[in-house]
Design a protein around this ligand. Structure first.
Ligand code: LLP
Length: 403
């Protein structure tokens, strides 16, 4: 995405053209960026060629998952719906891992029937439930056990998962007990140790710490795991500042693999899809209130929840650049009757006019997938730009579908 003659273009197509043709708000993804992200991710870890399972929760668009599949990626799913979607996209079940703390019996039965690579379990009760179902069906089921490594991911509190007070995984003592339990089971085959300490991680040190904890626990259990699933969580640069040091993360894994001969699995979501997506919105009104200038957009928290939910920042750009002399402070908000329905504030933004377009950046991950119909607002259209062509990859919802 770049400005050409002061007009913003995604790949070769101007944002103004997209808005005219498809309306606003609309999600638009760049195929070139997706391709770049996947190839870079693979390159970053090519010393051990991991199995990369795309975290479907970050973006559930079937067409995008089909594109991702073409690069050989598998899927990390957390519900029956996501599993069905991954299968529909053509992902090989032998490249699918099923995560989550509350899989229902129905979901477990479905996963077993599809012969997926791993069910990553998070409690003793879940192992027993899998065993019960496997016994009835006379099946052997491959599982992983998710360890809670009690490691601070140093990310937003709301998306941190690896500390002992979080609900995810099991502690080291229970982990060892469960390994012993599985060793004796006839219907469960323990294959994997999994961990995921959080999301939007920009510091490699928590990952190094997590690997040390995993190393320690493997020694303690004296069990050889075919797979070590390190989850996802690799952060992206929403502000243009900090970046995760992949080299150091990779070196730490290389070191780990000298001691343990396992295949590494990753479950990245955001780092694959986050910066491929843009939300094109139109300014409805601009209003002044005290010292503030509110820019009221036609996109709202139902379209993009991250700012309301986590106080997350997304960069915003005008579709046309003008003289930099005229700047104002602006607070970008949506039209919903909630004070948290606000995006970002800027002290110096070019002076704006009503009906102009604003682009919200880096919304490919947890943008559309977290959207809702709050206020009976139809979900936005999704577009993919590939080879200079625009493809509708999901139609705009119609009000009559909702009413
Ligand atoms: N694996 C597991 C077990 C997960 O729980 C998650 C994300 C991932 C992989 C993918 O993480 P990623 O690579 O995308 O960071 N809605 C929040 C993020 C929640 C993440 C939930 N779990 C946000 O918008 O920031």
């Amino acid at each position: 995405m770049k400005y050409f003659n002061n007009k913003l273009k995604i790949e070769n197509i101007s944002v103004n053209t997209l808005a005219k043709r498809y309306g606003t708000p609309s999600y638009c993804y760049s195929y070139n960026q997706l391709k770049y992200n996947i190839n870079t991710f693979k390159k970053n870890f090519n010393s051990f060629s991991p199995l990369i399972c795309f975290a479907v929760k970050s973006n559930t668009n079937l067409n995008l998952i089909k594109e991702i599949k073409k690069f050989g990626l598998g899927a990390d799913v957390v519900s029956m719906g996501e599993l069905m979607l991954a299968l529909k996209a053509g992902i090989n079940p032998k490249k699918i891992v099923f995560s989550g703390i509350g899989k229902t019996s129905e979901e477990i039965e479905f996963a077993i029937s599809k012969k997926i690579l791993l069910i990553n379990v998070e409690s003793r009760s879940e192992i027993k439930e899998i065993e019960r179902i496997a016994k009835i069906r006379n099946k052997k089921v491959n599982i992983g056990i998710r360890l809670n490594p009690n490691t601070d991911a140093k990310t937003l509190r709301q998306i941190s998962t690896g500390k002992k007070e979080n609900k995810f995984g099991v502690n080291d003592k229970i982990f060892c007990d469960l390994v012993n339990y599985c060793k004796k089971s006839k219907n469960i085959i323990l294959k994997c140790l999994s961990a995921h300490i959080g999301s939007q991680i920009l510091d490699h040190k928590p990952y190094e710490k997590m690997l040390k904890v995993i190393d320690r626990i493997i020694k303690k259990t004296n069990f050889s795991f075919e797979f070590i699933d390190l989850g996802g969580g690799m952060g992206i640069s929403y502000t243009g500042n900090k970046k995760l040091n992949y080299k150091k993360y990779c070196l730490a894994i290389d070191k780990f693999l000298k001691k343990h001969k396992s295949k590494i699995i990753f479950e990245p979501g955001r780092s694959i899809i986050g910066n491929t997506g843009f939300l094109i919105t139109k300014i409805i009104y601009i209003k002044k209130s005290g010292k503030k200038n509110f820019v009221i957009l036609d996109a709202a928290m139902n379209d993009l929840m991250r700012p309301a939910l986590y106080g997350a920042h997304h960069n915003m750009l005008p579709s046309e650049k003008r003289n930099k002399k005229f700047v104002k402070n602006y607070e970008f908000v949506g039209p919903i009757c909630e004070s948290t329905d606000r995006f970002s504030s800027f002290k110096k933004f070019q002076e704006l006019r009503e009906k102009e377009l604003i682009i919200i950046c880096d919304v490919g991950a947890y943008g559309m997938s977290l959207s809702s119909n709050y206020n009976i607002r139809p979900k936005a259209i999704e577009l993919l730009i590939k080879n200079s062509k625009v493809k509708i990859i999901k139609k705009r919802q119609k009000l009559k579908e909702l009413i």
